[in-house]
Design a protein around this ligand. Sequence first.
Ligand SMILES: *Cc1c(COP(=O)(O)O)cnc(C)c1O
Length: 221
Amino acid sequence: MGVSENYKSIIQEIGSIRPERPPVLIAVSKYQPQAKVRDGLAGGVLHFGENRVQEGSEKFKDLGIAGKDFILHHIGPVQSSHIRKYPGIFSYVHGLGSKKILEELLSRMEREKWELKYFLQVNLTGEDSKSGFSKEDAISLLKNKSDLFGEYCKLEGLMTMGPSSGDPEITRTVFRELANIRKEFLPEGKLSMGMSGDYRIAIEEGSDYLRIGTAIFGERE
Ligand SMILES: *Cc1c(COP(=O)(O)O)cnc(C)c1O
């Protein structure tokens, strides 16, 4: 099936699992050629995800106006060198995992007057291969809300990744734990969780943003 057929069938599935408050579907186009992004745009995709900032900027810069024709999400761990490349192209960031980077992000976006929403990544599986704050560090950050919001740069919510094993029970436990942290410490915040292998569980557990790559675009190059 083509990109737009895959996208539409996932949108339909979302509607059948949780019609009352469907999550945003981010089509993760990392390592995919621009031709497939164009197919997605033609098929009604609005939100795209890239994990390499430079590659993402180049792929999207001549496809329209950022924030209007497409909305671009950076989904990988945020590094210092990425931050200056966000203005003009990226609208969301999903992998904020360090306090120092958070301070840099806030001050840069305020200076450049670029509106950006970010998610704090929480590592709830304890796997070393995954970045993000520990649960305890995330909670202590969430207790000082004024440090998390600028005029332009605002905390949108919490992000996590399920276990690499894909074990459905552990996945559900992890997603539920993120939802509980949100409920207690950031009730107005959103949840970014769910990828190609675990998005159905994420929808059931209340996700607001799904990050789906291979199930839409096929295997990466
Ligand atoms: C690559 C990636 C995705 C998409 O993964 P798929 O399994 O292809 O759906 C989602 N989130 C993050 C953080 C990723 O790095």
